[in-house]
Design a protein around this ligand. Structure first.
Ligand code: PEP
Length: 245
């Protein structure tokens, strides 16, 4: 069994001084952590974080990448090759905020995943249903549809999916352990024929993970880690979550 993976998603938060403090605290507190830990930093601060994390066990993650793999006339974009050049290991793709505010759909995400893989980075595909979809009983079908983007891809040795029910992100509402267990088992079952048995599948849970609920969530069968938003901006909370893994 692989180690749990905990990624802190800073979203659009941070300033040079605050980032430096946060990274220093995490470096000191997580040196002996059993889980694999990463921080998904805003693009503007990837270079700073890359230098600050050098020689540590904490991996650098980006929050998005351009769908264009190679450099070119794409003003405002950041290519996966640039992310690789900065020392990025993981790239979040398809976060519900990107789906909601930037209209990212399966077609765009497919191109982004391909670009990230081509640059030798690991995509973390974020999926999850809205409250209306959950209440209509469509959550299993919706998330299954979101996995379609992974079909017939050369994923390498690992496939990482983060299940984040949209209604639990930043709301303080956590999916119940039963809901998490059902969804993670479902996703693992659906992913196996899509990616094949030689690929290590990791399904992370995201949605209001905090220091007081992390142990229970991370102990749930088929939960291979967590994607943590708000609580990852507080060093003490994030360290506790990582240590719960
Ligand atoms: C997220 O941003 O992916 C997330 C899960 O946020 P939060 O932990 O704040 O709900």
């Amino acid at each position: 069994m692989s180690r749990k993976l905990i990624i802190g998603n800073w979203k659009m938060h941070g300033r040079l001084a605050r980032n430096a403090e946060l990274i220093d605290a995490l470096r000191a507190g997580l040196a002996a952590c059993e889980a694999e830990v990463g921080v998904a930093v805003p693009t503007a601060y990837l270079s700073q974080a890359s230098h600050a994390l050098a020689g540590s066990t904490i991996a650098l993650s980006a929050q998005d990448a351009s769908r264009f793999a190679d450099d070119g006339a794409y003003t405002g974009e950041t290519s996966a090759n640039m992310l690789a050049d900065l020392g990025v290991s993981y790239v979040l793709l398809g976060h519900s905020e990107r789906r909601q505010y930037f209209q990212e759909d399966n077609a765009v995400l497919r191109e982004k995943i391909e670009a990230v893989l081509k640059a030798g980075l690991k995509p973390v595909l974020c999926i999850g249903e809205t409250l209306a979809e959950r209440e209509a009983g469509e959550h299993l079908l919706v998330t299954e549809g979101q996995l379609e983007v992974l079909k017939a891809l050369e994923l390498g040795d690992e496939c990482i999916v983060a299940y984040e029910p949209v209604w639990a992100i930043g709301t303080g509402k956590v999916a119940s352990i039963e809901q998490v267990a059902q969804m993670h088992a479902h996703l693992k079952q659906k992913l196996l024929p899509i990616v094949g048995c030689s690929v290590n599948i990791r399904v992370l849970y995201g949605g209001s993970v905090k220091s007081d609920n992390a142990s229970a969530i991370l102990a749930t069968p088929n939960v291979d880690g967590a994607l943590v938003g708000g609580a990852s901006l507080d060093a003490e909370s994030f360290k506790k979550i990582c240590q719960a893994a």
